[in-house]
Design a protein around this ligand. Structure first.
Ligand code: FCB
Length: 435
């Protein structure tokens, strides 16, 4: 079977065990403890307890017939203070996961950063400190040396634009800053960190297949007014282009380039822009933008048209935007594409939770739309559902469920939903066809 079918998760969202076996705190541990940050005061303290249940969870993946699994490594589990002393128990836990995956015939896709910056590094200025690129490269070196004998597919960051916009412009994620200068510095440092990590992985892992994972959604102005259009154009540069453009094309998009120039030093672009093997797209829904003079950058999320359906957690649903995103990525970046996340969030206890017809419908229409884009020439090589399990959905805590598999947070019982059974059947049918 040459098309790769998988599922994605991330460390802080599923592992739990935040204070066990030497793990240091991350910025999300801190953020969750601050009042009013996360719905219902939820945190990732226990989450899906995956840290203790990883063997069973790999068994679940095998039952579903997944060919690949994208997970993230928790930086503070490996380096409790972000730099310096390595935590052997942290490395061991990922060894176990990788070994179980390989035994089950599932390809590990390792993502180095899914938003859980070690708190100790945030205390030193975090991503606003240019040194963070070096800290990240050192962490990447530890991982590449340890896991590079078994892991071939590497992602540097998950959704560069989302954690930086939410953390440094909108204030919805740690470190909850809204400051233009800091945000611009952060964008550039994260790009440097990506480039340096690519260099390190190439040096330590022969044959590595390296990419970045981007939230890449068509951006539409809420109205045709010139104000909404211009604000949305800047929003688009921030959301969709601020990272892949310099990383793959070697330049910032025009509106941002002017603003970021003061922070760019000689030789930076060569560090950032290095050959990559694939382009990761997380697709959920088109984003609507509007002018908002009181916001940091003059843009804000706009309202989708009234006639566009929404999920019951309020995200618009429009499968036609998916091929649009894939074609844009193909034309602009010309790399093999993997859809590294796609799925539908639902409120807990929504009618017929296990018989999740809304999610099933979303997956069927989106997979069909993706396949159509592939027929039209988008070089899409694989699809990872978000997510294998219900999990800690950042600011929404546990009040939004994205799992193919339902998690009962009281007993930690896992129950595959109708969407999981359908997905497993689809993978199986395709495998039989290609035998
Ligand atoms: C993406 C994140 C992922 C999850 C999904 C719903 O933006 O990468 O961790 O929260 O959205």
């Amino acid at each position: 079977m040459d098309f790769l079918w998988g599922a994605s998760t991330s460390a802080y969202q599923i592992e739990g065990a935040v204070a066990e076996d030497g793990r240091g705190p991350s910025v999300w541990d801190t953020f969750c403890r601050e009042k009013g940050r996360v719905d219902n005061g939820d945190s990732g303290d226990v989450a899906c307890d995956h840290y203790h249940r990883m063997e069973d969870d790999v068994g679940l993946m095998r039952e579903l017939g997944l060919a690949a699994y994208r997970f993230s490594v928790s930086w503070p589990r490996v380096l409790p203070r972000g730099a310096g002393r390595v935590n052997p128990a942290g490395l061991d836990s990922y060894d176990r996961l990788i070994d179980r995956l390989l035994e089950a015939g599932i390809e590990p896709w390792l993502c180095l950063y899914h938003w859980d910056l070690p708190q100790a590094l945030d205390d030193l200025g975090g991503w606003a400190n240019r040194d963070a690129a070096g800290w990240f490269a050192d962490y990447a070196t530890v991982c590449a040396r340890r896991f590079g004998d078994r892991v071939r597919h590497w992602a540097t960051f998950n959704e560069f634009s989302v954690f930086t916009l939410f953390g440094y412009a909108f204030g919805w994620a740690p470190p909850s800053i809204a400051d233009q200068e800091t945000h611009l510095k952060v964008i550039h440092t994260v790009n440097l960190a990506h480039g340096d990590a690519v260099g390190v992985i190439r040096a330590h892992v022969p044959g590595a297949k390296i990419g970045g994972v981007h939230s890449f959604q068509p951006m539409r102005p809420q109205s045709p007014s010139p104000e909404d259009r211009e604000a949305t154009a800047l929003f688009d540069e921030h959301w969709n282009l601020a990272y892949p453009d310099p990383q793959i094309l070697g330049r910032y998009p025009p509106r941002l380039a002017r603003r970021i120039e003061p922070y760019v030093q000689a030789g930076d672009m060569a560090r950032i822009c290095r050959p990559l093997d694939w382009f990761g797209i997380n697709f959920y829904a088109p984003v609507y933008g509007r002018a908002e003079p009181t916001s940091l950058w003059g843009f804000a999320f706009g309202a989708p048209p009234d006639d566009l359906p929404r999920s019951d957690v309020g995200w618009p649903i429009d499968a036609t935007a998916f091929p649009q995103a894939l074609m844009t990525a193909r034309d602009r970046y010309r790399l093999p594409i993997y859809v590294t996340e796609n799925g539908l969030g639902r409120r807990p206890g929504a009618d017929a939770d296990l018989n999740d017809t809304a999610r099933l419908d979303y997956m069927q229409t989106h997979i069909a739309a993706m396949m159509e884009a592939k027929r039209q020439g988008a070089d899409v090589r694989g699809y990872f559902a978000w997510s294998l399990l219900d999990n800690f959905e950042w600011g929404a805590g546990y009040s939004s469920r994205f799992g193919l598999v339902h998690v009962d947070y009281t007993t930690q019982a896992r129950t595959p939903r109708a969407s999981a059974r359908w997905y497993a059947e689809r993978i199986r049918a395709e495998r039989l066809l290609t035998l």
